[in-house]
Design a protein around this ligand. Structure first.
Ligand code: ACO
Length: 327
């Protein structure tokens, strides 16, 4: 019997404030109708004071640990996918480690934008294949509301805050991760950026004026690449496992745009019930979107043992990837 990486607990945490499309109508030149029809988003959650990235990540992690039935001090590794950490140093993962009291665990952040959770899950899978006794916490957590220009209607309507977490452990048997595939194309980096919060560009008045401290996106181009890459990586995962679209019981894709999800559904030949959708409630929460969806599907009983689950993500960088697993 092979040892596989199994998700033994999931959790999620959303901030307390909801921002609806109607609220946005009062902030920028947009409409509820435009946002719904172009994106599928009805509302998103926005972090308030004290609801930091590490706070959301730690709360989601506590839920995941509780479901897994393991203590924080039994964790060996904490990986946090994020592009909106509390601060450049220390990592969100270290702050989560402290909050949980996971004294034995190594901890690091992973920068792969919206693909961060799947990149993290792939790394956890490799560690567990190396040592099946390891217990690894993988988190996707974002506070993108602090990285959004609230005057730019092309981006501010899209994003939301939140965190999701999963505890991964080794198990002999049929269930668990079947395949992982990671991809990137750095040549297209300029289509989706936050140019000025690293060390390359100083925060001068001119730079602030250009809005380089915020997410800037060539939406139409990103859309085109996202559709293509997500479909390709889904087929790659299916082929690697000898599957066809019919073998997929549930698709959890990064929740970036309802039209992208619908395109995937059609191309893979999936019925509506097989594509998990929660973008209407949360918007695009980047690295948090897949683990939040996973936790919802898990807790609501949509995911049941033995199901073939396909997860796919795409984000800035560009990065994209898939994880196929038997639940
Ligand atoms: N309200 C009203 N009108 C708007 C808004 C808005 N919020 N935003 C843009 N518009 C206008 C534009 O100005 C434009 O007007 P014009 O024709 O007069 O110039 C018109 O609507 C169409 O704009 P487009 O950008 O072409 O609209 P599109 O249909 O492409 O939808 C969107 C934009 C929703 C951003 C889409 O392109 C998209 O979802 N892109 C992909 C996003 C994605 O997948 N991101 C994944 C990674 S995210 C990450 O890594 C952090």
């Amino acid at each position: 019997m092979p040892v596989r990486s199994v998700i033994i607990g999931t959790g999620a945490k959303l901030p307390s404030q909801v921002l609806t499309n109607k609220d946005l109508e009062r902030m920028v030149d947009t409409s509820d109708e435009w946002i719904r029809t172009r994106t599928g988003i009805h509302q998103r959650y926005i972090a308030g004071e004290g609801e930091t990235n590490s706070y959301l990540a730690a709360e989601a992690s506590k839920e995941a640990l509780e479901m897994a039935g393991i203590r924080a001090r039994d964790l060996d590794l904490i990986i946090v996918g994020t592009m909106s950490p509390d601060m450049p140093m220390p990592s969100v993962a270290c702050l989560v480690q402290r909050e949980l009291g996971a004294e034995k665990a190594g901890a690091f952040d992973l920068s792969a934008t919206c693909s961060g959770f799947l990149y993290g899950l792939s790394i956890a899978d490799k560690f567990i294949k190396d040592n099946q006794r390891l217990k690894i916490l993988v988190v996707g957590s974002e506070v993108l509301s602090r990285r959004v220009n609230w005057k730019d209607r092309g981006t501010c309507v899209l994003f939301g805050d939140g965190a999701g977490a999963a505890v991964v452990a080794g198990e002999k048997g049929d269930r668990g991760i079947l395949s992982t595939h990671l991809h990137a194309d750095g040549t297209l980096w300029e289509l989706l950026t936050i140019k000025a919060l690293g060390t390359a560009v100083p925060l001068t008045p001119e730079v602030l004026e250009k809005g380089w401290q915020y997410i800037q996106m060539q939406g139409r181009d990103v859309f085109r690449h996202a559709v293509r890459a997500l479909e390709a990586v889904a087929w790659e995962a299916l082929e690697a496992n000898g599957f066809t679209g019919e073998d997929v019981d549930l698709l959890i894709s990064h929740q970036a745009n309802m039209r992208i999800l619908e395109h995937m559904r059609e191309r893979l030949g999936l019925s509506r019930e097989k594509v998990f959708i929660n973008i209407h409630k949360y918007g695009n929460t980047s690295a948090a979107s897949i683990p939040i969806a996973l936790d919802e599907a898990n807790r609501s009983g949509i995911l049941t043992p033995g199901m073939n689950l396909l997860m796919v993500a795409f984000g800035g960088g560009f990065t994209w990837g898939s994880v196929a697993m038997r639940w």
